[in-house]
Design a protein around this ligand. Structure first.
Ligand SMILES: NC(=O)c1ccc[n+]([C@@H]2O[C@H](COP(=O)([O-])OP(=O)(O)OC[C@H]3O[C@@H](n4cnc5c(N)ncnc54)[C@H](OP(=O)(O)O)[C@@H]3O)[C@@H](O)[C@H]2O)c1
Length: 208
């Protein structure tokens, strides 16, 4: 699949490199493609965000939450495209990171408002970037929940999760992002504030 990754930080680089290894046609959309900080990414796959998105079947948002609305605006018309929202609407407070919104709305649903006409999915937000880069060492495939309203295209997004070694789980419609974003916050809280570090992941177990 031709995939545009918008933002090549922790998440964008991990996902993009993983999908490149699985032979997807990845472009990293970054604001300054010539910046030496991207030297570890293949130079021929670096472009501006708008260039990367122009011909992509799937556009993956891996931007900080406060930058996400502007990043989407800079991509132009995304109607008809798969948009995978990996962001979490986090804000820093005196007590540490917390969700900036939730309960009856979600970042994923706001992304759908900003990316008019796109098929928006919430995914790749409920685990750390190190897990997205390397799932080796887990006895059970970590879960990757995928929420989105476009039933026809959801299997493609779930396949992208499987390609990285996750067990993809259909979480239901996009409004379930209201649950996935707090789940991500639980992961962040465990990792940053409860001593768990980045080497753990959520998995689903089933009775046989
Ligand atoms: N880190 C994790 O483990 C993790 C896990 C799950 C979800 N998330 C979520 O994923 C998102 C990205 O996290 P991250 O840790 O990868 O962040 P990061 O390392 O700070 O990377 C963010 C990237 O977004 C780019 N960016 C910023 N503003 C932009 C704009 N207006 N247009 C295009 N690109 C822009 C930055 O590029 P410049 O260098 O040009 O500023 C940078 O490459 C966040 O919303 C985070 O909550 C993170």
């Amino acid at each position: 699949m031709r995939i545009a990754i918008i933002g090549a930080g922790n998440v964008g680089a991990a996902l993009g490199n993983g999908w490149l290894k699985r032979r997807h046609d990845v472009r990293f959309g970054v604001r300054a493609p010539a910046d030496p900080k991207y030297r570890d990414l293949p130079a021929n796959r670096l472009a501006t965000p708008a260039e990367a998105a122009a011909s992509a079947a799937a556009v993956v948002l891996a931007t900080p939450w406060p930058a996400t609305e502007a990043a989407i605006r800079d991509l132009g018309d995304l109607s008809g495209r798969i948009v995978i929202d990996c962001t979490n609407p986090l804000e820093m407070t005196a007590e540490g990171l917390r969700l900036a919104l939730g309960h009856d709305r979600s970042g994923g649903e706001l992304v759908a408002q900003w990316a008019k006409g796109a098929s928006v999915f919430k995914a790749f937000n409920t685990t750390g970037a190190a897990n997205m880069a390397d799932l080796s060492g887990y006895g059970t495939a970590p879960a990757m929940f995928v929420a989105g309203d476009d039933a026809d295209r959801k299997p493609s997004v779930m396949t992208l999760a499987r390609d990285l070694g996750f067990e993809p789980i259909d979480a239901g419609p996009l409004r379930i992002a209201r649950l996935l974003e707090p789940l991500a916050m639980l992961w962040v809280d465990q990792a940053l504030y409860r001593g768990a570090g980045p080497n753990f992941a959520f998995a689903v177990m089933r009775k046989s």
